[in-house]
Write a protein that binds this ligand. Structure first.
Ligand SMILES: [Zn+2]
Length: 251
């Protein structure tokens, strides 16, 4: 293992440790998800630049951890602060859901390459777009990443196989979709009806590039609110716990 590695990563989480140190959770193109300590981070703006804020991309020299030792950040340069997110509550809420989800979906060492690109594109889109579009980019991040991780269920009843969401509606049960008839029989606890337009929007966001999403007619409206609620239930079912930042997002 090399003693020092140059990485490009996004800060997902950041906590103070002791008086001067900080511990950050980072998703990077090269190492995937990792947690690293920054010794003396509170005292040295020179070595760590603007490295202290979540949602930002940094270029950093990392000494990989061995055994039980945590990775160490030796120095970091701020590449993209995404300052517009911090200036808007709805952007903060949606970007927080995204970062919390990324830290939950991946384990240490997972989430390299494409997973990193999706995260970067989602946060850039939220940073650059109007406030109205924050929810839709958050949804796009979640469906694309769930798909990438193999967590996104088929939009049909996992029990009887029915595909007719228009007639039956679908509910979330054990991280799968079930039709409302089966939901009653299975005593699904999180039964909520999602109309066809919600699944249409899900399909559109899954296929669209982030750059094309604002232009598509799918943005906003009742379908978007329905999809936010659906993803809130679905991610909680998959992870076994809620993504806390969802409580700040209007659905
Ligand atoms: Zn069914």
């Amino acid at each position: 293992m090399t003693s020092r590695l140059r990485i490009s990563g996004i800060i997902l989480k950041n906590i103070n440790y002791g008086e001067k140190d900080r511990i950050a959770t980072i998703l990077s193109a090269e190492l995937g998800l990792f947690t690293a300590i920054m010794r003396g981070a509170a005292g040295s703006r020179k070595r760590y630049g603007g490295f202290l804020e979540i949602f930002s991309t940094v270029s950093a020299d990392v000494a990989p951890g061995e055994g039980l030792r945590m990775c160490k950040i030796l120095r970091a340069d701020l590449m993209n602060p995404r300052g517009a997110i911090a200036a808007d509550l709805s952007k903060i809420s949606c970007a927080s859901v995204i970062c919390e989800a990324a830290a939950s979906f991946f384990r240490e060492g997972q989430g390299k390459g494409r997973a990193f690109s999706i995260l970067e594109a989602a946060l850039d889109s939220i940073n650059d777009a109007g406030t109205d579009f924050s929810n839709i980019f958050m949804c796009a991040y979640l469906v694309k990443t769930l798909k990438l991780c193999g967590f996104l269920p088929q939009p049909k009843c996992s029990s009887c196989g029915s595909r007719s969401s228009k007639e039956l509606g679908l509910a979330v049960h054990h991280a799968q979709f079930v039709c409302l008839n089966c939901a009653k029989r299975l005593h699904a606890c999180a039964v909520m009806e999602y109309g066809e337009e919600v699944f249409e929007l899900l399909e559109i966001l899954l296929m669209a590039r982030f750059a094309d999403i604002v232009k598509s007619e799918a943005s906003g409206g009742a379908a978007a609110s329905g999809l936010v609620r659906l993803l809130k239930f679905l991610t909680a079912d998959i992870l076994g716990h809620e993504i806390k930042s969802f409580s700040w997002v209007e659905g």
